[in-house]
Design a protein around this ligand. Structure first.
Ligand SMILES: [Zn+2]
Length: 679
């Protein structure tokens, strides 16, 4: 995703032990055509020793992490490039006439309201006044109940989640889901993990709560902050951990509405259902134990502590919509202490982020109108089909699945839908009033509108044309319920995809990403959904056991990796992503091999076509991160750190060993015993 460096030099041979490394003989190409910059290579590493550093060391040495970033590399750089494009587009809307309610009027005025720091400073806490007054009005436990009703209606935050999505066992119907929530730290483990670093983070967190309460004029802020921390710790103690949250069978608890209401009778669910005209006989509860525990916590904790808690969470949630002092305090904790950044992002970037929160789809529309071509769609479509064809063959040929399960796997693979670029239909937000001088109001009106729009879908057929990511976003996703893979226009740019670049690099980069998303349909979670997007057991018992045997090797291998002293990759938490990386790149590699069997290929700058596929993948993960970021990543993120998305993936793929002729004593070489070939 970055366009970095311009000069391409003939390649250094003898930097690594590859027979193909002849004196940059066959063809040298200009940077931009090759698809990656030769100067990013660090020849002091051999590919079989540390492929990540080999491919990216040169870039890393010359590109320190900017002060406002916690990690820097291909993803964040393309994200920034897209932000710059969006800024230009948004500023270009100013001073023009657009009909009220049109997406351009809304984007323009939202951006103006977010950029208007003078109004935000003048307003102080006034924009939150009605909500804060409501908290202050709480006198007893019954008032807490009323406040919760109010907070759900206004969508200002309550310690549980409530949303509408496709029913995991009936993907054609919408269901109402309830989930755990309520923490100010990133995860339950942050409240309990032992050690100096964790102790310090908790201290700083309490300090941050204190500061925010003081800024809001609260008395005894220090004591209240300690109470809030104690309350959150109790809530955290009743949270399901991240590993279990990844198991669809544990988080699918369908029950009738009355049974659900009985889990946490403290809250008057029937009143809520009536007020919001909810049409649902049954609901799906992600973590029933959490709701049972919350009932006790609501009943037993001090009313004043709940008041402090609600005040804190309002300030936390809206910190970036408030005057500078609040923004700074929030950055000092969440940016500096938790992520290791030393400077906040500029206001224009934070303003785009705000729009992205509520009007992501219109923002993507503005982007893709200008920056996406049908030609890119055609090329990517071809790669999707190439990769699907290879996957089909590999499933047919694999040695560990029985014929019945294979047949069902192929059925699922054939049923995969894909979306590329941007949605066919744009959501209609014309009812939502967006004003140039009402930042918090804009956010609220959009949030409440979207919440009600989703609730109104209960009882209707699932809209399969819906996108869950703006078209400008640098990312891609697999949806198990829709059984589809989605690639927004935002990611279909260099270094992920470059219509003019070497095919090998494109297959390794965007091809690897496409393969990754396909493989999610058959990772430890995705495999539990069938061709229709329903959670259902279509695997034979023996095949499930053989799958688990293989994935266990992946868990063990990744669990040994430690990016920061004392912090290890969680092999279980990251299992699905690791399976997708290994499977995805393997698929892309073989799709490319098929492609060149028709078109032919050459050595370029000393690299064989096969080597360039792996370099294409490495380029996608070219990055570096702060220690704070890495600590947070291994505790909360299902994705492994970038260096392992390259090196561990290479260790698991035998085709990489062949391409670079790695030897048994090379660090990236692992034995057949350790390796797991799943897809
Ligand atoms: Zn993924």
């Amino acid at each position: 995703m970055k366009v970095l460096g311009k000069v391409t030099l003939p390649l250094f041979c003898g930097l690594f032990l590859v027979s193909s490394c002849q004196p940059s003989s066959v063809e040298d190409v200009m940077a931009g055509t090759l698809g990656f910059d030769i100067n990013h290579i660090d020849s002091s590493f051999s590919p079989c020793e540390d492929f990540f550093m080999f491919a990216s060391g040169g870039w890393i040495a010359e590109n320190p992490i900017p002060a406002s970033e916690a990690r820097w590399g291909s993803f964040p750089i393309l994200i920034e490039e897209n932000e710059i494009k969006l800024r230009g587009l948004l500023e270009g809307l100013e001073g023009k006439e657009f009909p009220k309610g049109s997406y351009k009027q809304q984007l323009r005025d939202y951006y103006i309201s977010a950029m208007d720091s003078i109004t935000v400073e003048d307003l102080g806490l006034e924009s939150l006044r009605p909500y804060l007054d409501n908290v202050n009005g709480i006198k007893n436990r019954n008032d807490i109940k009323s406040y919760l009703q109010y907070a759900v209606r206004e969508q200002i935050g309550v310690p549980f989640g409530m949303y509408v999505g496709a029913d995991s066992k009936n993907s054609e119907a919408y269901a109402l889901y309830f989930s755990q929530s309520g923490l100010g730290l990133p995860d339950r483990e942050y409240y309990f993990k032992e050690g100096e670093v964790s102790d310090q983070i908790r201290q700083k967190y309490v300090g941050h709560i204190t500061e925010m309460l003081q800024l809001a004029g609260v008395e005894n802020a220090g004591r209240q902050a300690a109470d809030i921390m104690a309350l959150e710790t109790e809530i955290a103690n009743n949270h399901m951990n991240r590993r279990d949250q990844r198991k669809p069978e544990l988080t699918y608890n369908k029950m009738d509405f009355e049974s659900f209401a009985g889990l946490m009778p403290f809250f008057n669910w029937n009143t809520m259902a009536e007020e919001l005209s909810i049409n649902a006989d049954s609901v799906i509860v992600r973590q029933p134990d959490f709701f049972r525990a919350m009932d006790k916590i609501f009943n037993n904790s001090d009313v004043d502590v709940w008041k402090s808690y609600f005040t804190w969470h309002l300030l936390r949630k809206y910190s970036d919509y408030l005057p500078h002092d609040f923004v700074k305090s929030s950055f000092d904790f969440y940016g500096r202490a938790l992520s290791g950044t030393t400077e906040n992002k500029p206001r224009w970037k934070r303003s785009i982020n705000k729009i992205n929160g509520g009007l992501s789809e219109p923002l993507g529309r503005l982007f893709s109108d200008k920056y996406f071509s049908p030609e890119s769609r055609n090329k990517v479509e071809k790669m999707v089909e190439d990769i699907r064809a290879v996957y089909r063959e590999r499933i047919m040929e694999n040695e560990w699945m029985n014929e019945d399960t294979k047949e069902k796997a192929i059925e699922k693979l054939n049923a995969f839908n894909y979306k590329i670029g941007y949605p066919d239909n744009w959501k209609d937000f014309s009812q939502v009033e967006i004003l140039p001088n009402d930042l918090v109001g804009n956010r609220q009106r959009i949030t409440v509108y979207q919440f009600k729009d989703k609730l109104a879908r209960l009882g209707t057929a699932v809209d399969k044309s819906e996108w869950f990511m703006g078209a400008h976003v640098v990312n891609a996703y697999y949806s198990p319920s829709f059984n589809e893979i989605v690639f927004p226009a935002g990611i279909l740019q260099p270094p992920f995809f470059d219509a003019k670049a070497d095919d090998a690099v494109n297959y390794g980069a965007i091809g690897g990403v496409i393969g990754h998303e396909f493989t999610h349909g058959f990772d430890d979670q995705g495999r539990k959904y069938n061709a229709f997007g329903n959670l259902s057991s279509w695997w034979s018992t023996e095949d499930s056991a053989r799958f688990a045997e293989r994935t266990q090797k992946v868990v063990e291998f990744y669990s040994k990796l430690s990016p920061v002293e004392g912090y290890f990759v969680d092999g279980e938490l990251t299992l699905g992503e690791n399976i997708a990386d290994i499977g995805g790149l393997t698929l892309a590699y073989h799709a490319y091999k098929k492609h060149i069997s028709k078109t032919g290929s050459k050595v370029i700058n000393g690299f064989t076509p096969e080597q360039r596929v792996f370099l294409g993948w490495a380029k996608v993960w070219q990055s570096q991160a702060t220690e704070e970021f890495l600590r947070k990543q291994v505790q909360t993120d299902p994705h492994s750190p970038s260096q392992y998305r390259v090196n561990a993936t290479m260790s698991m793929i035998p085709e990489f060993k062949q391409a670079f002729e790695c030897e048994e004593d090379d660090p990236l070489f692992i034995t057949e015993e350790e390796r797991a070939i799943i897809w």
